[in-house]
Design a protein. Sequence first.
Length: 502
Amino acid sequence: MFNHLLSLLIWLPIVGAIPVLLAGSGRPNSARWIALLVAIATFVLSICLLPQFNAADGAKQLAESHVWIASLGVHYGLAVDGISVALILLTTFVGILVIVGAWEVIQTNPHQYMAAMLVLEGLMIGVFCATDALLFYVFFEAMLIPMFILIGVWGGPRRVYATMKFFIYTFFGSIFMLVGLIYLYLKAGSFDLATLAALPLSMKEQSWLFFAFLIAFAVKVPMVPVHTWLPDAHVEAPTGGSVVLAAVMLKIGGYGFLRFSLPIVPDASEAYAWLVIGLSLLAVVYIGYIALVQEDMKKLVAYSSVAHMGFVTLGIFIAFMLVRGANNLDAAKLGMQGAMVQMISHGFVSGAMFSCIGVLYDRMHTRQIKDYGGVINVMPWFGFFYVLFAMANSGLPGTSGFVGEFQVVLASFQANPWIAFFAAFTLIIGAAYTLYMVKRVLWGDITNPHVAEMKDINGREVFVLSAFAAAVLVLGIWPQPLIHLMDASVTQLVTQLGNHKI
């Protein structure tokens, strides 16, 4: 079984969606239980990666390779390193929580909703495992379909607009990536990522390819100015869709930079690192101010995600300045590690924040901050979790939100103190918009009679929020296991940043 563990992780949730669909709308509880069992089985399989994976080895492991399209030399190639394993664990962990979170909430065709979630989970795991560029692209594009369905069928009043905008933005970016991959294939005769990384390319070729990859992955992150699809998608998506979108799908953009931009076009990545760093700082500061004036809780947290993901791209590309400019490998490694920890942390924190907003929406059917006030008087346990996740979103020490951001700020300071200054500004503006929202929602007197009728969280909601809380606190207090899991892979990646193709 362990020889095909990665294939099992990918295809178990996808194939498991079939009996969920067959349960039909006439047996919704059967569909829910089957979906939950499949999600739990997938999570257990992902845990089985850990004893099979040697964290001290930075190379790709657990490799599988089968001829897929013989005439084109395309392989069904899978393998993982420490970064991939961490993201797979995040995906399967969140997969269980979105199934449980939607248990009573989704009443319209729950079998289809659960099936779409399982298919989406399998496709996201496929992205993190693929070592063939065409296979990566297939998984990368196929993810759009279940998410398009989730928003378009179970979304809010403007769901059609949001789904079309989401699809057009992400598909538009992917076209440039496909053109770049075709060009590389014509030069190398292979879609194998290791082969493409070793392919000699001129600076002109690298520059064109860099921008092709940048457009594709910047939309996914999303980076300014191609971020405007995200708030609309979040606002209209069902709670589970928002959780998966923020917790996992946004990470695929950062992951793409690691697998394509850095190894395949290293010289262009160095030459244009200033552009990505500038856009990252713009996300941290400018988007933070936009979040501060939002009246819709989902939109506020969506903009918050753009700002926090700015730390991921900042940490990745600041490593170029440190490796090639200052030859400071330790600081570069610190920045890259911070970016990776921030990806995992943001998955927990953003997923938890959207889950909390979903709890409120299920009771009041509004996300407008002005409609609340004094919630903690009637929902004290909810208030406890909401404040905890708000503190994590603000980067409070002791929570996961602090660890990655602090590492990136430290690395940035060694590259340029001004970069570190603007990066650290998020600790102020992030606290401002998050705590301002919490103040208006939780505290004060109850002015809305509907708030007075709200019931505190039930057992299902306690399970979901407790799981997120445990992850946020464990990673915040004891990040070493995660850092150790990714350390060798990050070290190897940082070492490769010094390689030149021209």
